[in-house]
Design a protein around this ligand. Sequence first.
Ligand code: FAD
Length: 267
Amino acid sequence: MNKNILIVYAHPEPASLNGALKDAMREHLLAQGHQVEVSDLYAMGWKAAVDAADFPRRDAAARLRVPKDSHAAFAAGALTDDVRAEQDKLLRADALILQFPLWWYSMPAILKGWFDRVYSYGFGYGVGEHSETHWGDRYGEGTLAGKRALVSVTAGGWEPHYSPRGINGPIDDLLFPINHGVLHYPGFEVLPPFVAYRTDRVDAERFEQTRAALLRRLDGLWSDAPIAFRAQNGGDYELPSLELKPGRESGGAHGFGMHVAAAAAVG
Ligand code: FAD
């Protein structure tokens, strides 16, 4: 069945490794009959920083309060055109793919700024009932529930540097704030990430291997099991503290792994 896929891509150089992987994904998905939209953030000149200009109808004399102003602008349909266009792309998409280089153990600032601005209050957060027994529709519920997400990231470091005992920290821990905090939060089912290591020097043969491995992952976009993040409103957490209930630590006794239901899905 044909699907809509949104690729959000963050690299300043079109001829980069990241650019080549983004192009390969686009061509592969189009060849399969899917619709593909690409948000090429550098090419778009994406404004990364949230500021008062994001809320053109706000009272300019009042103190800027980002959540409140964001909520009011969202409710009034008064967000800026660039943000609304990206929200519409997300709503159209069956799957979101992020393609970026790992910069300082996270996403490039321009991509972080895409989330800061596109996930307005009422869209990315502040959705659903908020009470001591229901802390909003989030972590598996929310505006983007039912859609899938995949992080495809290139790293300069070697794979063992990111292993469970590696000095950089386990890659699943480093990506937890993105996979769980940014993608699962508004509802996405998040697939295990595709990570290409040691990417600063890649010859033609390794490029081809990397490209082929990434495209194989795309073939599992609809069938691969997502990371088994626990649902916030599924009974695993105490209320109102939202601490994992005793005895449910199958993914580890502390740390990020606790919030994954099956130990096998971590690390
Ligand atoms: P490029 O520089 O574009 O290319 C990398 C290699 O791929 C080159 O050898 C290129 O020739 C080759 N290549 C082969 N075939 C192709 C093709 N068809 N198209 C394009 N290229 C091809 N690394 C970490 O591990 N952790 C960090 O925290 C981290 N922080 C960083 C912070 C900053 C600010 C920067 C600049 C780098 C950081 N790095 C870090 C390294 C970074 O992750 C890598 O530089 C990046 O992932 C490489 O991807 P690229 O697209 O920029 O590669």
